[in-house]
Ligand binder design. Structure first.
Ligand SMILES: [Zn+2]
Length: 259
C-alpha cells in the first residue's frame, strides 16, 4: 500500500483566457477550477496541497482582483475534507504551492491544528509573498489570508523527499520557488502536481505561455515547462495542471468511481 491521490474541489473562477495561455482573441473568457490535492498513505498519514479561496472572498479580496477573477463558486476546505471523511485536525501536513489568494485562501481552516503549526512553503515565495502583502504591491497576495493567528510556516529551500514516494521540488515560474510535488501513487501511478507553473493541458501540449507584456514571464514559463516535461519523461508521470477545468472534472469523476 502506498500513496493515494484525490482532488478536493474548492470552487471556480472566470478570467480572460489570455491570463492562462496566449490566445488570438484577448476578449475570450474561460472558467477555471480551484482545487486542493489530498494525499493519503496508511503509514505516513494525510497531506494536503493548497487550500483554495477564502470563505469570505467577497469581503477580503480587493475589488480589482474580483473584477479580473470573478468567483463563481467557493467551497470551504473543511466542507471538501468532510466529503472525504476528514477534518482539518486530521491533516498531518499542509503544503502551499505558493501564496496567491486562490491557493492560500483556506489557510484559516488549519489555524491551531497540527498541520497549521508548520505549513510548508518555499523560503523565496514566503519572502516574496509577505513583502507584497505587507506593502500592497501584489494584489494576489492578501495580507489577512497569510498572516493568520495559529498558523506558522516551515520553509524549504531545495528539492527534497518529504516521505518515501513523495518528493517536493521548486519551480521558477509564476511565483519564485513555486512548490511542485512528485508522488508515486497506487491509484494514478507517478503524478507531478505542478500548480500554476502550467495552468492547462493546452499550455503543455502547445508549449504556449500565458500572454504577458513581460518577456521574462514567457521565458520563465518555457524554461520551467522543459524541466517538467523532462521530469515527466524520466518518471513516466502524468501532470496535474493548476487550473484546467476539463481535466479537474475528469479526475473528480474518476475519484468518485473509485480509481
Ligand atoms: Zn492559481
Amino acid at each position: 500500500m502506498g500513496w493515494k491521490i484525490e482532488l478536493l474541489h474548492l470552487g471556480k473562477m472566470r478570467c480572460h483566457k489570455s491570463r492562462m495561455i496566449w490566445t488570438e482573441n484577448r476578449e475570450t473568457t474561460i472558467e477555471i477550477p480551484v482545487f486542493g490535492v489530498l494525499l493519503r498513505h496508511p503509514e505516513y498519514g494525510t497531506v494536503v496541497y493548497d487550500t483554495g479561496l477564502p470563505d469570505n472572498w467577497q469581503n477580503c479580496l480587493p475589488e480589482g482582483l474580483q473584477a479580473s477573477f470573478p468567483v463563481t463558486e467557493q467551497i470551504p476546505m473543511a466542507e471538501a475534507l468532510a466529503k472525504k471523511g476528514l477534518s482539518p485536525e486530521q491533516v498531518d501536513m499542509l503544503i502551499l504551492s505558493h501564496l496567491h489568494f486562490d491557493h492560500a485562501g483556506g489557510l484559516r481552516h488549519f489555524a491551531g491544528t497540527q498541520a497549521g503549526k508548520a505549513v510548508i512553503i518555499s523560503d523565496t515565495e514566503l519572502a516574496n509573498g509577505l513583502v507584497k502583502a505587507f506593502t500592497g504591491t501584489g494584489p494576489s497576495y492578501v495580507r489577512e489570508l497569510l498572516d493568520v493567528p495559529g498558523i506558522w510556516y516551515r520553509t524549504i529551500s531545495e528539492e527534497q523527499d518529504l516521505f518515501p514516494g513523495l518528493r517536493l521540488f521548486l519551480q521558477q515560474s509564476h511565483a519564485p520557488g513555486l512548490i511542485g510535488i512528485q508522488v508515486e501513487t497506487d491509484n494514478r501511478g507517478p503524478v507531478l502536481c505542478v500548480s500554476d507553473a502550467v495552468y492547462t493541458e493546452e499550455n503543455d501540449a502547445a508549449e504556449l505561455p500565458p500572454d504577458s507584456p513581460n518577456p521574462q514571464v514567457s521565458q520563465g514559463f518555457l524554461a520551467n515547462l522543459k524541466l517538467l516535461q523532462k521530469r515527466r519523461r524520466e518518471n513516466g508521470a502524468v501532470m496535474l495542471y493548476g487550473h484546467d477545468l476539463d481535466r479537474e472534472q475528469q479526475w473528480l469523476r474518476e475519484d468518485d468511481g473509485g480509481i
